[in-house]
Design a protein around this ligand. Structure first.
Ligand code: CA
Length: 208
């Protein structure tokens, strides 16, 4: 004979005055990532192991006008997430002293999909420019979790990475991920594109 309610502790929902609030947001990107039979060699080359890997693309324009974009293939093996980003960018530029204003790909990884908002100690922002210059934002364990290699292609460049998750996931585990392409021209960033999060705040907030 008792009642419990989520928001209205008077259980008087009929008057509609104490309902909870939903904020409707864009869909959050989702992709099923198969376990690799053999872990990819992180060498900036599209090895055969990538043939059957699913790909997502950076279709969300966060800043500037449409510029460099990437198709990113994903796999996992053991305790690591693997990504191979093929970036279309006809003019490669790393002249700005700010790493995020150089032609680069960023990988935001929340290993257990905690979606805690502010970064947990295990959450990391991993940036790799087309010359394989690496910059990482995160607590000390995160600083050692990236392996990367790059190569230049006819249409742009490839960034291949392995990111250690810090545990061995089981199939079915969710991992929080965002992908971002920074496009620079003549020393200035004029396009930022992501896979999922339209806020441009993935470097501060893992919720999307
Ligand atoms: Ca560029």
């Amino acid at each position: 004979g008792s009642q419990t309610s989520g928001n209205d502790l008077t259980h008087g929902q009929e008057d509609g005055e104490r309902l909870g609030v939903l904020t409707l947001i864009e869909p959050i990107g989702y992709v099923e990532v198969p376990m690799a039979r053999t872990a990819p060699a992180v060498d900036g080359v599209v090895d055969a192991v990538w043939d059957a890997a699913p790909a997502v693309s950076t279709d969300v324009q966060v800043e500037g006008s449409p510029g460099a974009s990437a198709d990113v293939r994903l796999l996992w093996s053991g305790s690591a997430l693997y990504a191979l980003a093929e970036v279309t960018d006809p003019a490669l530029d790393a002249t700005n002293s700010n790493a995020w204003e150089q032609d680069s790909v960023e990988f935001f990884v929340d290993p257990t999909n905690a979606k805690s908002g502010a970064y947990n100690p295990v959450d990391g922002q991993y940036r790799v420019n087309f010359e394989n210059a690496v910059s990482i934002s995160g607590e000390p364990p995160v600083q050692d979790r990236l392996t990367s290699e790059t190569s230049i292609t006819d249409s742009g460049y490839i960034v291949e990475v392995a990111v250690e998750l810090g545990y061995e996931p089981e199939p079915g585990q969710l991992v929080g991920l965002e992908l971002q392409v920074n496009d620079a021209t003549d020393g200035a960033r004029n396009s930022v594109r992501t896979w999922s999060d339209p806020t441009g705040r993935s470097y501060q907030n893992t919720s999307r």
